[in-house]
Structure formats: C-alpha cells, structure tokens
Design a protein around this ligand. Sequence first.
Ligand SMILES: Cc1cc2nc3c(=O)[nH]c(=O)nc-3n(C[C@H](O)[C@H](O)[C@H](O)COP(=O)(O)OP(=O)(O)OC[C@H]3O[C@@H](n4cnc5c(N)ncnc54)[C@H](O)[C@@H]3O)c2cc1C
Length: 378
Amino acid sequence: MTRSRSKSIPDHEIIIVGGGICGAAVAYGLAARGCRVTLIDAPTRTNMASRANVGLIWCQSKFLHLPDYARWGFHSARLFPELTRELQKISGIEIPVHYRGGIIACLGEGEYDTRREYIENLGQVLDSYPGGMISRGELEKKLPHIKFGKEVSGAAWCEEDGIIEPLALLRAFKVAFSKLGGTFIETVAYEVQPRNGGFLVITEQGPLNCERVVLAAGLANRRLARFALPELPVYADKGQVLLVERMPYVMPIPVLGVSQTFGGTVIIGFRHEFSGHDTGIVPEDVATEGIWATRVWPELGKKRLIRAWSGLRVMPEDKQAIYSTLPGHPRAFLLNTHSAVTLAAAHARYLPDFIVGAGLPDVAASMTLKRFGYDCQL
Ligand SMILES: Cc1cc2nc3c(=O)[nH]c(=O)nc-3n(C[C@H](O)[C@H](O)[C@H](O)COP(=O)(O)OP(=O)(O)OC[C@H]3O[C@@H](n4cnc5c(N)ncnc54)[C@H](O)[C@@H]3O)c2cc1C
C-alpha cells in the first residue's frame, strides 16, 4: 500500500480509478508516454461491462443523429491494427481479432428498406461511408458456411467493423501497462476529495494522493464525481445475452446480435433495457433474443444454451461519449462511454494527451460536460 508522505507532495502523478476497458486503455496510453500512472480497480457488481461484452468493433449503427460520434468510431476502428500489433509486442499476449467488416442481418423486406434508409442517410451525413446494403446472395458469399433462415432478405455491410476477443484486449492493456512501469493497485475507491491543489482518493487500503485524477469507473463515476458534480448525466443500460455451445468456427465476419466468439461459442443478444441496477436474467427477455437468432441462423435452434448473463452499460443521456474535466477542477477528468471496446484504440491514442493538458481532437471536442450546461475547462 502507498501512503502519502506529506500534505504537499503527492505520491502519485496520475491516479486512474477504474481498470475496465476504458481506464486500462488510457492507463496504457499514458504509461507509453512516460507518465507515472497508478491504476486502481476492484470488481464491483454493477461495473462488469468490460467483462460481459461481445467484443465488436462496431461503427455502422452509431449514430445517425451524432455524426461526430460516428466519425470517432470509424477513426478508432482504423487505429486498431496498429494498437493490437503494439500491444501484442509489449505484453506478449496474443489478441484474437478480425478486421473483415460487420453485418446486420435483415428479416423481411420492411427491415431491409428501413436499414437501407438509415445507411443512406448515414452516408450523406458522413463524408464517405465504407459499406452499404447487400443482397441475400452477397451475404451468403461473405459467410458461405452459414445457412441463413428463409426470412433473411439481405443485410447491411460495413467493411470497417470487426471483432476482437475483449478479455484478451483488456489483459493485454494491463500487462503492457505494468511492463511500461505503471502501478496497479487492486482496491475499491470510496471517494475522491480535492486536496492541496491535487486529490485524495480514499480507498479500502487507505488514502492515496495525486496531482491528477481520472474517473473511469463506469457507473461508479456518479458517486466518485460527486465532489464536483451532484448529478452525472448517465444511466445504466442493461444488456442480457445468451451463450450457445461451441460450434465449428464459421463466422469470421460478425453478425450484430448473433456473433460467434473466437472459441466457437455464439453470443446472442442486442437488448437495451432501462431497469436501474437490476442485473438479473429475465427468461422471457432472453427468449425473445433466442427466437430472433434462430430466425437468422436456424441451426442455433438445435444447439444447447450453456450460459446467460447480463451487464450494465454506462449510457450518457444523449448517447454520446463523455470526456471532460469536472466543473471547477481542471485536473480531474471524467471518462464515460458505452462503446469502450470500439473506442479503445482512440482512447489509448488521444485521451492521454487530453489528461496531460492538451485538448481533445477536433472530432471529440464536443464530447465534454459543457454540452449538459456545466462550466468546465477543457
Ligand atoms: C452485453 C453487453 C455487450 C456489449 N458489447 C459491446 C461491443 O460489442 N462493443 C463495444 O464497443 N462495447 C460493448 N459493450 C459496452 C462496453 O462493454 C462498455 O462500453 C465498457 O465496458 C465500458 O467500459 P468502462 O471501463 O468505461 O466501464 P466498466 O466496464 O463498467 O468498467 C469499470 C471498471 O471500474 C471498476 N470500478 C468501479 N467502481 C470502482 C471503485 N469504486 N473502485 C475501484 N474500481 C472500481 C470496475 O471494477 C470495472 O473494472 C457491451 C456492453 C454489454 C453490457
């Protein structure tokens, strides 16, 4: 345990609270720039999203009404190959990943037309769009070993989507961070207090003090940011998924809502629910997901379900990411995003500069708390 030496000399230059995919990506990026970083993390029931997600690097449906957020996702997707090469080299951990695009299957002509309209509008809003609608025949050519259900009318296709093994990515960030000299402390943070121009992080193991603090604790940011912000505009967005037994590997291009993992199991799920902090599995809910999946890929109906789980995404109220200093505290940073796997490469590359005092890149400049009416410096 590290204890403060004096009231005026912080022991830690930067403390990041929360070692999920967001905190770990930023911790790695800061350590790679030579900063002295301490990452603290401890499992909590409501902050499991980094260990419960599908691992999609997903750009094509986020979001028509938020063009900068859509551009940010594409930007991150393009940074992934370099990031994973770098991480594998430093950490020695192999990260299974495919950059071969992504698919949204459509059931019936109505769904196909709705999706086509969405993609056309997205193409107009963005300067260019790397994809479009494909026919059922083209879909079958992309995934020749899958026999699609008779209702599948075609699909939306985006060549810059992909899939990564999310736990390997998380582990690689943490191992690379440690190898670059970062300090990891497994402990719960109870509270953050401003102190002597820096911050005191009260943890289960005692107080830690630092010059800069980064809150990357998912939903727990609401409690930890209270010293500056009584109400953080985020809510819990629940997802429930089913896991189908291991099958031969046939899906190198992920299909949204029914994606095969690198180990051969299939994760079914697409729900977004508003039910507070309830993390229970509701059989009727997951059943609707299972029924939909068998309409897309009927063979799944003959397989065994081996698990179901849920996770709470942290969802900013306007569905855009939040990267911000806290009001009145230019050295306290808040990071909250609901697509932190997709955005991990952009987070590792750009957020470290933000935290050491440079601004955000232009595309993310509108993603501070200012948009909610708070007065915060960049
Ligand atoms: C079912 C499901 C599927 C998803 N699929 C995808 C996908 O395919 N692609 C994608 O991009 N995103 C996906 N997501 C979203 C993605 O998982 C989240 O955006 C991401 O997990 C957010 O990461 P985070 O690090 O900000 O927060 P979290 O994952 O919530 O991590 C927060 C971390 O902080 C730690 N922590 C919390 N409180 C404290 C405390 N007081 N003291 C110390 N440590 C603390 C926790 O232990 C945890 O490690 C999915 C989410 C769900 C639920």
